[in-house]
Design a protein around this ligand. Structure first.
Ligand SMILES: Cc1ncc(COP(=O)(O)O)c(C=O)c1O
Length: 394
């Protein structure tokens, strides 16, 4: 187990990693040849070429560019970092990366060019990592401890030894958000079996790694009712669907399938044909009997937002807006014939579904319970109890 001092003092492996890079940068014949090449006036063309080859997805453009990258330069550490900085600056994104923690260098950086992870990290080439998130709202982390519990549970399922104890990980996450100065955005963090080699077994990865990043999200939130489809991409088996590992290929393909069909998300059914979840959200329904109905969490990810919604919905039962709350098996017929359907998750919060495949849900508008639950979650994020709002020590 490490300590918080590791936050500022690079761990021994990080200096080894660093010296290897320096050694490479001092490889005189390649470097000096390359430097003279760069000074020869072709520098601008080369920089432009690298930039374009990184970020243009258009196939025709890529073909043209790849023929232009006829000479691939050998870069020193400084040159590589400069190019990383240039490519980041030229990549227009709505999201800004404000701070990153890495246990590899044992500290926090606010320079996006340094926000990288080692290529031989088992998480990169074998998908051996787990992750989680927490929203940053008005300088508070929402449901940090609930997400952290799930994160550590996922690490146990993925057999990843913790590099630090829970309290240290929590402190590192809070310090990373503090360093970012971000008041509204999201925190994402990963545990990996760490760098070592490119083998399948992590037995030569001596130290698991922790990474965290703070993202300032400037996109305006949209609460309009949306359309979903049934996913044709198979759902992950329960052992993998219940852990938040980095193996999100089925999830990404499912989201792409939705986008190809002008839908927001594709909904998975489980191995028995019951309604499961979306690619990064849970689902819930309001039945004709005014019951809030949610698929149980034994074969899907146990959503922190969905679990909070189940608690907050009790208030709607008291007010008479709901007759009851139930989790269990939900058939497609029940779901499609419900009065209201909603998506629930940290990203989407609570979002009304007004159409599933060809079936209009309810009267085709955002339902009153969905709207009430969205308001309750927004209120909870802004002024909920200390159990769900952790103040960031800026
Ligand atoms: C597959 C899956 N289901 C459900 C959720 C919702 O979980 P949470 O509310 O904790 O964000 C997520 C969140 O990322 C997810 O990836």
């Amino acid at each position: 187990m490490g300590s918080v001092s590791a936050l500022t003092n690079p761990i021994s492996k990080s200096s080894l990693f660093h010296s290897k890079l320096i050694d490479h940068s001092l490889n005189s014949s390649f470097t000096s040849k390359n430097l003279s090449f760069l000074r020869s006036g072709s520098q601008n063309l080369q920089l432009r070429t690298l930039k374009n080859s990184c970020f243009q997805s258009n196939a025709v453009k890529n073909e043209t560019k790849s023929s232009q990258v006829s000479d691939v330069p050998i870069l020193s550490l400084t040159e590589a970092i400069e190019r990383m900085r240039t490519s980041r600056e030229n990549f227009q994104s709505k999201q800004h990366y404000l701070a990153m923690y890495s246990s590899i260098f044992g500290g926090i950086t606010t320079d996006p060019a340094a926000m990288v992870i080692p290529m031989d990290d088992h998480m990169v080439h074998r998908g051996h990592g787990v992750f989680d998130t927490a929203a940053i709202m008005d300088g508070y982390l929402y449901e940090l401890d609930q997400h952290l519990d799930r994160f550590l549970g996922s690490a146990v399922m993925a057999k990843i030894k913790l590099p630090f104890d829970r309290e240290t990980i929590r402190t590192i996450l809070l310090k990373t958000v503090s360093a970012s100065n971000c008041k509204k955005g999201s925190l994402r963090y990963w545990l990996s079996s760490g760098p070592g080699d490119f083998q399948l077994s992590p037995s030569n990865c001596p130290q698991s790694s922790l990474y965290a990043i703070v993202i300032e999200d400037q996109s305006p939130s949209d609460h309009k009712g949306i359309k979903v489809i049934t996913s044709s991409i198979p759902i992950k088996p329960p052992q993998f669907a219940t852990m938040k590992s980095v193996n999100y290929l089925p999830n990404a393909l499912s989201k792409m399938e939705a986008e190809e069909n002008n839908a927001y998300a594709a909904i998975w059914l489980d191995q028995d044909g019951y309604i499961a979840e979306g690619p990064n959200m849970n689902v819930a329904f309001v039945t004709k009997e005014k019951e809030l109905l949610m698929p149980k969490f034994d074969k899907i990810l146990s959503g922190c937002t969905a679990k909070r919604v189940l608690v907050l919905a009790e208030g709607l039962v008291k007010e008479g807006k709901l007759r009851g709350i139930r989790t269990g098996d939900v058939t497609v017929e029940e779901g499609k014939n419900s009065d209201e359907m909603m998506l629930i998750g940290s990203g989407v919060l609570v979002r009304a579904v007004v159409q599933w495949d060809n079936q209009v849900i309810g009267d085709g508008n955002e339902g009153p319970v969905t709207q009430a639950l969205l308001n309750l979650i927004l209120e909870d994020m802004k002024s909920g109890p200390a159990a769900v709002r952790v103040a960031v020590p800026y």
